[in-house]
Write a protein that binds this ligand. Structure first.
Ligand code: ZN
Length: 172
């Protein structure tokens, strides 16, 4: 994974994977159905200026208070897996001691590399900028479903493609 070059194909896949999760969550996950409907959002695919409150993001504190409502209608566990992504993140960047971006509910989201930016574990994690900070979405998850979640870690505000490493990162 360290040697993967970020190309327009990756970029397109990443956005598409996120849209799929948003669409599916809008249809099947109670908390998002409720939040997005209350915000007047009828179009689940993100449209600029039509995100609803907090730019459509939910803080992790609220999400974890309502884990039962993060279970898709088809069923699933309401217990988050804090080890989620751990193996993957450690394999990023060829291993070695790096700071890991970890959230107690979402698991490992990325690592800080020598450029200083927090590199996302992009095959599993999507992030987009909101006025409240980066909102994270787990792309390979079934239940509980985390979509557009704000976390407590102060990792920066901007989601960029790192100029040194090419892949998506969060920076100040
Ligand atoms: Zn970098």
């Amino acid at each position: 994974m360290a040697s993967v070059r970020w190309t327009p194909v990756h970029q397109a896949w990443w956005r598409l994977a996120y849209r799929r999760v948003v669409l599916s969550s809008f249809r099947t996950v109670p908390l998002y159905r409720e939040k997005w409907a209350l915000a007047g959002r009828t179009e689940p695919v993100l449209v600029l200026g039509r995100y609803g409150e907090s730019d459509g993001a939910i803080h992790v504190t609220e999400a974890t208070r309502r884990l039962a409502d993060l279970v898709p209608l088809a069923g699933g566990t309401e217990h988050p897996d804090p080890q989620r992504g751990a193996c993957n993140v450690l394999a990023m960047d060829g291993g070695g001691a790096r700071e890991v971006l970890h959230d107690p509910a979402l698991g490992d989201l990325g690592t800080r590399r020598d450029c200083g930016a927090w590199h996302l574990d992009w095959p599993r994690v999507y992030a987009r900028e909101t006025k409240a900070g980066p909102a994270f979405t787990l792309l390979r998850q079934s239940s509980p479903r985390f979509v557009d979640i704000l976390i407590d870690e102060p990792v920066g505000k901007r989601v960029v493609q790192c100029r040194s490493h090419g892949t998506p990162a969060v920076t100040r």
